[in-house]
Design a protein around this ligand. Structure first.
Ligand code: 18C
Length: 256
């Protein structure tokens, strides 16, 4: 038992999630799998509007309003060389490195560790003048999913964040306006093995990323101001985050 605990702490072995015993689990399971399906749907068909493009990165939105508040769903696709899907989703999920890439944050607290792969997080975001400051309370879950459409392909990895409630952070306290969000990052690695049969290195890896997000900002914000924030913040996030993971993994052993 002690030996297993040691291995677990060193993260040599990934144990099955302990989260299924938690009351939130049915929702975590359902939303994560729904998000996976949603992310895998293409952006063809005319409902998605391209609003930002930079190299391999393409960002699409659908303009939608709920009670006069813009909640435009966003879908972004990107291809990043030299990293795996597991590495991408690990750094997206891990609260230890969030301030390294998330530029909208002022404070962050892990309210509950449901399992190694499932957390409840409270974030206070930077205020955008003249709007009220926002906070976000969500569960966050990361997992590997076997690729059922191609058994020879690498597994898919998904990290999913979805708004929740927690007794330590009721939404009606204080001056913050609470946003509600559903976000996922879905990644798949492909390997182009070296033609000389040599070892696979980072030069042989490509990671295909789909990032989907729906944020309801809560309170009231003028639509044009909100869309300007989206247009600035989402490309900034995806470029900065993917570069962070590339830099962080460079010269490190590959984590498949
Ligand atoms: O997915 C991302 N990050 C994850 C980990 O943090 C997590 C977070 C989701 C972000 C929720 C949005 C929180 C509100 C932010 C308000 C301030 C943003 C601007 C700060 C500028 C300095 O899933 C990556 C997230 C990428 C960034 C998304 C920006 C979404 C903007 C939402 C606007 C909310 C209203 C703000 C008022 C605007 C007034 C003009």
């Amino acid at each position: 038992q002690q030996y297993l605990e040691k291995l677990k702490n060193k993260q040599v072995v990934r144990f099955p999630s302990q989260a299924p015993a938690h009351p939130l689990w049915p929702e975590i399971e359902r939303v994560t799998l729904e998000q996976l399906q949603y992310a895998r749907l293409g952006v063809e068909g005319g409902v998605w509007q391209l609003f930002a493009e930079d190299g391999e990165m393409k960002m699409y939105k659908r303009e939608e309003e709920v009670d006069g508040l813009a909640v435009d769903p966003l879908k972004a696709v990107h291809t990043v060389k030299g990293v795996t899907g597991r590495e991408m989703t690990h750094y997206f999920f891990s609260p230890d490195v969030r301030f390294e890439w998330e530029t909208t944050l002022e404070q962050m607290k892990v309210l509950e560790t449901i399992a190694d792969d499932t957390l409840v997080i409270l974030q206070i975001h930077k205020r955008v003048w003249p709007a009220s400051q926002r906070d976000a309370l969500f569960w966050s879950h990361v997992r590997r999913v076997p690729n059922d459409t191609d058994r020879d392909a690498q597994d898919i990895w998904i990290a999913c964040n979805h708004s929740t409630e927690h007794h330590e952070a009721p939404s009606n306290e204080g001056k913050m306006v609470r946003v509600s969000l559903t976000v996922c990052l879905v990644c798949q690695t492909s390997i182009e093995p070296p033609s000389d049969g040599g070892p696979v290195t980072r030069d042989h890896l490509t990671c295909k990323i789909t990032y989907c997000s729906v944020v309801n900002p809560g309170g009231w914000v003028p639509t044009s101001a909100l869309r300007a924030v989206y247009k600035r913040e989402y490309p900034k996030f995806l470029k900065r985050f993917t570069q962070y993971v590339k830099d962080r993994c460079d010269k490190q052993p590959i984590l498949f």
